[in-house]
Design a protein around this ligand. Structure first.
Ligand SMILES: CCCCCCCCCCCCC/C=C/C(=O)SCCNC(=O)CCNC(=O)[C@H](O)C(C)(C)COP(=O)(O)OP(=O)(O)OC[C@H]1O[C@@H](n2cnc3c(N)ncnc32)[C@H](O)[C@@H]1OP(=O)(O)O
Length: 302
């Protein structure tokens, strides 16, 4: 077996780029929870995993009501489930979807970024980085079955997937809308978007914080397919079959070739990226903007 840049070619698991990242190791309890997934469903409170070992795939459903906002707990459970599937050679692909009606994910949890201390912000941001790195460089085929609204961090997660299927519902908007909150998408959010829809469209989408409805999302390439809501899952499954018809080693090496440079940019500056986030989010003006935004979200109901 040849070794290419730390990747073992000839076995199914080709690269574990995070294995050497600081803080990437899981605790003892979490490690003990790993192991073969088998045919029974597993998961955690916030991440349901429905394995289909015969097909070599698993459906992973985010289940953190009401809106799958990416709390520290959800991020942690997400990473653990992902690692379990990555480590089990039975699995070659994951369909990522939501168990919360009408929302794929509301993005980063605003409560994690409001009124907390710098140590908390640092821990939170490290967890966000970790999930992005693992998803972006995953060996598995990842298909997003987007069955609800998909703003900001929710959009980022879908952009790490190899293919996005979006339900045709005008409420199911998708995009990086950070500027609407008075905050800035970090460079690696931006890079992920640029890699998907190109520079000019990203520039406009990011500055204006555009949340694209399905037809426009398809037109700009933010998603790959728009289908009636009741066909999202079946379409994701048939797309998965197509991707799994490609030999793993060739597809994985190609994915790595396309994505590694983007991931490396963050890997090389994880600590300074955390410091930037902590400094930025701790500013009084940013805290005020987030509070105002949260207030508007709450008012919407009343
Ligand atoms: C000098 C430059 C330096 C640069 C340095 C850069 C550093 C980095 C800077 C910071 C980068 C941060 C990046 C941030 C990314 C994000 O993801 S921020 C989150 C953005 N998300 C959103 O804008 C979505 C907001 N939510 C919604 O639009 C809607 O909730 C929905 C998803 C469309 C669902 O609508 P609906 O079903 O009608 O539910 P609601 O009634 O609106 O919500 C239910 C309750 O959930 C709460 N909630 C919603 N979203 C969030 C959230 N993201 N976090 C936490 N809580 C959320 C909402 O308030 C409701 O709560 P209650 O009123 O208490 O019920």
């Amino acid at each position: 077996m040849a070794l290419v840049a730390g990747m073992r070619v000839g076995s199914r698991v080709l690269f574990r780029p995070w294995a050497w990242l600081p803080g990437a190791a899981l605790g003892r309890k979490e490690s003990a929870a790993r192991g073969r997934v088998g045919a029974r469903g597993f998961g955690s409170q916030r991440v349901l995993v429905e394995p289909d070992p015969a097909a070599g795939i698993a459906v992973m459903k985010l289940k953190s009501p009401p809106v799958n906002s990416l709390s520290l707990e959800l991020l942690t459970e997400f990473v653990i489930s992902l690692e379990k599937l990555e480590n089990d050679k039975t699995f070659r692909g994951i369909i990522l979807t939501s168990d919360c009606p009408g929302v794929f994910s509301a993005g980063l949890d605003l409560m994690e970024m409001c009124g907390k201390n710098p140590a908390h912000y640092a821990e939170y941001w490290k967890a966000v980085q970790e999930l992005w790195l693992r998803l972006y460089l995953s060996n598995l085929v990842l298909i997003a079955a987007i069955n609800g609204a998909c703003p900001a961090g929710g959009c980022l997660i879908s952009l790490t997937c190899d293919y996005r299927v979006l339900a045709d519902n005008p409420k199911y908007v998708i995009g990086l809308n950070e500027t609407l909150l008075g905050i800035v998408a970090p460079f690696w959010f931006k890079d992920t978007l640029v890699n998907t829809i190109g520079h000019r469209t990203s520039e406009r989408a990011l500055q204006l914080g555009i949340l694209f409805p399905p037809a426009e999302a398809l037109q700009v390439g933010m998603v790959d397919k728009v289908v009636p809501e009741d066909q999202v899952q079946s379409t994701a499954l048939s797309v998965m079959a197509q991707w799994l018809s490609i030999p793993d080693h060739a597809r994985q090496l190609t994915k790595n070739m396309m994505r590694k440079a983007t991931a490396d940019r963050l890997v090389k500056q994880r600590d300074s990226d955390i410091q930037n986030f902590v400094g930025f989010i701790s500013r009084d003006s940013i805290q005020k903007s987030l509070q105002v935004y949260l207030g508007k979200l709450r008012q919407k109901k009343g």
